[in-house]
Write a protein that binds this ligand. Structure first.
Ligand SMILES: [Zn+2]
Length: 405
């Protein structure tokens, strides 16, 4: 394993940077705090993008730009032409505007907690720290594109990453590989993108006064009847498959028969064919409810629209990029978490387009997407070393003889 790594990429030049991560751990933490304090709900990443752009410019990186979706790009130019390497971290958070972003440091537990600190403020900070190392290192064999992207979470539907891959892969020499950085989950090497489909199901009904119009159809009643059926769906455990009604809302007041109600549904499966089957079950349920309403002349209408589609894709376990990611972890004595090889991340986008990609984590943490979200600070040093080694390796792999270099 070690030979695989060293054979391709001389890791010697990285030594000083690897030392630096241990000595300058606090500056990485400060950077993560600075990012975390800037609100960045999905679709509203402007202020955080401006911070990243300024950081990239300060490092003297090339081609620092921001696109219409607020993705921030920078290039570390390589020695020769050929497909480049993309290293990305998403900027957006699931927390709405106005969320209290107060952080809490717990020195006795070596933790920092606060909304968005792990997902993905520390990831963005890690990307900037990687950039800082790359400008000090010898020129890499191929271009390394650093992208802090928008729209990863929820209804962002990986829009930011789609735009970034369109832009960088859409014209020669394109991209040869991608590394997606997440703040939490150190030890994971995600190389398969979980397929996800998301729907909004909206019900309209006549509605009226709860007493005076009693008997008239209610959108809330119609929707919860459908939702109860969805909640009772039976799905296989293998391939792992899931469904979730994550949001439901509707009605006007307690004494009004609702004229509108809607829910949002998330369907996932490791296997594309199982996802298609699950999708079909839901469609049939919706159709059955529709025809029942028609038959009973309830004047209830049910609309189902797709609000998310994360394409599936993957590379095999024995792919050189996956092997290298494992070898880097082994070399750094970080326990690899093999239960985390398939997930829905920004890596879905390059993977679905045939670009080898992995998603890796920077440190340990928990309570993702909750106000109590936390990260462990100690493992950040190994997390950064992992990121640097893998980036260096991938740039050399792409610049190698078998890859058009
Ligand atoms: Zn994330």
């Amino acid at each position: 394993m070690d030979r695989t790594l060293e054979g391709l990429a001389p890791l010697g030049p990285l030594q000083a940077e690897m030392e630096r991560y241990a000595q300058e751990q606090e500056s990485l933490v400060e950077r993560a705090v600075a990012v975390q304090q800037i609100p960045a709900p999905t679709g509203q990443e402007g202020a955080r993008a401006a911070w990243v752009e300024a950081a990239f410019r300060e490092l003297g990186l090339e081609r620092v730009e921001r696109d219409a979706l607020l993705n921030v790009y920078a290039r570390v130019p390589g020695r020769r032409p050929g497909p480049g390497l993309l290293v990305s971290a998403h900027m957006d958070t699931v927390f709405p505007p106005g969320t209290d972003l107060a952080l809490r440091r717990e020195p006795e537990r070596d933790r920092l907690s606060g909304p968005g600190i792990g997902d993905n403020s520390v990831g963005v900070a890690g990307l900037v720290t990687l950039a800082e190392s790359l400008v000090r290192l010898p020129t890499p064999p191929v271009d390394v594109w650093l992208v802090a992207n928008s729209n990863e979470e929820g209804l962002g539907d990986l829009k930011g990453m789609r735009a970034a891959v369109d832009r960088l892969h859409g014209r020669a020499p394109g991209l040869g590989a991608a590394i997606v950085l997440e703040g939490m989950g150190l030890g994971r090497v995600v190389h398969r993108g979980l397929g996800v489909r998301r729907y909004r199901i909206a019900v309209q009904a006549p509605g009226g006064h709860s007493w005076g119009d009693f008997g008239v159809a209610s959108a809330v009643h119609a929707l919860v009847a459908l939702a109860a059926e969805i909640a009772h769906l039976q799905v296989p455990r293998k391939p792992r498959t899931s469904f979730n009604i994550g949001r439901i809302q509707g009605g006007r007041s307690v004494n009004t028969i609702a004229d509108h109600a809607e829910l949002e549904l998330d369907l996932r499966s490791e296997a594309p064919e199982t996802l298609a089957w699950l999708d079909e079950q839901v469609r049939r349920m919706v159709e059955r409810h529709r025809s029942e309403h028609r038959r009973l002349h309830t004047q209830v209408t049910v609309h189902m629209v797709q609000i998310g589609h994360r394409p599936a894709g993957g590379i095999p376990e024995d792919h050189p990029l996956v092997q290298a990611a494992s070898a880097v972890l082994a070399r750094l004595r970080v326990r690899e978490r093999r239960d985390f090889r398939i997930s829905s991340t920004d890596a879905n986008v390059p993977l679905s387009r045939g670009i080898p990609a992995v998603c890796i984590g920077l440190t340990e943490g928990g309570d993702a997407h909750r106000l109590s979200e936390w990260i462990a600070l100690g493992p950040l040093v190994q997390g950064m070393r992992q990121l640097l080694c893998l980036t260096w390796w991938a740039a050399h792999w792409l610049g190698g003889p078998g890859n058009g270099g």
